[in-house]
Design a protein around this ligand. Structure first.
Ligand code: EPU
Length: 420
């Protein structure tokens, strides 16, 4: 198992190139199952979750060509076995994204139910209910979900009781090949949903309203191959923005989409950080002045992303005053708090709120990552802590951040990877 050793006290400076979005690449790879024609995908981030999704496609019989850099080519021919086994699904919850495309094209899918998760229960009941509304028969046995639709799926109104990102993506992918019209109500408005809809449209799907809460899909008989470039990872960009702010640095985020980062940049500005759009795809983030505490509440897009909550909390340990961080999306996403406290932060949890008192001088410690974004928050804290911070279990970080240590080192951070 690898770990990071971070030496604190360095100011981040320079330019960092933002990778393609993991949470966009995952549904886009699943969408390759919707056609037998070749697909060409650019800017796929080479992170563990993406490799797992590619392994799953190969396991089902698709051809995946990945030279490690440059585009990824996927062809999901007609001989596909529409089955996702536990061994693959247990390591990545997003595997449930193959349900919709498989039942849409092959009229049958057998997908293992994902197991527990560090940040909350994360059921997939809304995905299943949505597929049922499209006419699929769903059975659950031996830890698997079997979805069948012998005569194909039928367009319908799918109203989500609560907003779900991958649920919206799953139903969108199921609906593009259904008979007639599907309307998804209370749909997620995340940029990753829009990116998926853009790709599906290039493949010949008829979709209106992606990026709003109502998406209308007119089913088509078949889809063709397409070429697509994945959008920039707004969570990676946000993590580096917080890195610049917490170290009082000056960092350019190159190749990002500033409008996807609106909720974060508003909070950073209120906190005293200078954020400037220097080009349509570039943001410059300058810390240095006094940092003020600013509350956040995580919400669905365009609200403050839950995937940036942990990193933002690290920043607030350095700000003057009390910041209340409210987590509304997941029920258990404060696993980083005890670790930050071990680094001398002053944070108290009260239900779904964390109360952060700052500024506190952080001190390096041996800490443990519990999930992807929690690991990022610990590395960020390590950048400003006195002395050395050892972050264990960096496999969490490897699931979603591409070449994180070399990108950070490129900005001047003292970080190295070690085998523990
Ligand atoms: N929910 C249900 N039933 C469902 C689906 C969701 O109750 O069938 C609940 C969840 O338990 C959660 C809430 O609804 O409390 C929202 O979950 P959502 O379905 O939106 O999350 P997700 O689609 O599983 C994606 C991202 C997450 C990100 C969330 C929220 C991908 C692959 N994953 O998950 O990303 O936190 O949306 O924005 O897109 C990460 O990258 O670190 C990560 C966890």
């Amino acid at each position: 198992m690898d770990r990071f050793v971070v030496e604190g006290g360095v100011t981040l400076r320079g330019s960092v190139e933002i990778s393609g979005a993991k949470n966009s690449a995952l549904p886009v790879l699943a969408a390759c199952l919707l056609t037998e024609e070749p697909m060409t995908l650019h800017r796929i981030p080479r992170v563990k979750d993406i490799r797992t999704m590619m392994d799953l496609l190969v396991h089902m019989g698709a051809q995946v060509t990945d030279t490690g850099s440059g585009p990824v080519a996927v062809t999901a021919g007609s001989q596909l076995r529409p089955e996702a086994p536990y061994e693959v699904v247990k390591t990545m919850r997003a595997s449930s994204l193959v349900l919709g495309p498989l039942v849409g094209r092959f009229r049958r899918a057998l997908v293992s139910l994902p197991g527990g998760c560090a940040i909350g229960a994360r059921p997939i009941d809304l995905h299943m209910r949505g597929l049922e509304q499209l006419g699929a028969k769903i059975e659950q046995t031996h830890g698997y979900i079997e979805a069948t639709a012998p005569n194909g799926l039928q367009g319908a109104v799918v109203h989500f009781d609560r907003i779900t990102v991958t649920g919206t993506e799953d139903i969108l992918m199921a609906a593009v090949l259904a008979n007639g019209e599907t309307v998804i109500e209370n749909a997620a408005r995340e940029p990753e949903v829009v990116d998926l809809a853009d790709l599906l449209t290039k493949m010949g799907a008829r979709i209106e309203g992606a990026g709003t809460s109502t998406i209308r899909i007119q089913g088509v008989k078949g889809l063709r191959g397409a070429e697509h470039t994945i959008i920039a990872d707004r969570i990676e960009a946000g993590t580096f923005a917080i890195g610049a702010a917490i170290t009082r640095g000056d960092v350019e985020l190159a190749g990002c989409v500033p409008e996807h980062l609106g909720a974060l940049t508003a909070k950073l500005r209120q906190a005293g950080v200078i954020v400037t759009e220097t080009a349509p795809d570039k943001l410059r983030v300058q810390g240095g002045g006094p940092l003020r505490s600013v509350d956040i509440v995580t919400e669905e897009h365009p609200g403050f992303a839950t995937d940036l909550q942990a990193q933002y909390m690290s920043l607030m340990t350095q700000a003057e005053g009390i910041a209340i961080v409210s987590e509304r999306i997941f029920e258990n996403r404060f696993m980083h708090v005890p670790e930050l406290v071990r680094m001398s932060a002053s944070i108290r949890i009260d239900g779904r709120q964390a109360i952060v008192a700052g500024p506190r001088k952080l001190t390096g410690a041996h800490v443990m990552a519990s999930d992807l974004r929690a690991s990022a928050s610990l590395v960020l804290a390590g950048l400003v802590a006195e002395g050395e911070t050892i972050v264990d279990r960096v496999y969490h970080m490897d699931r979603g951040y591409e070449r994180i240590e070399s990108k950070l080192a490129g900005l001047g951070a003292r970080i190295r990877r070690e085998r523990s």
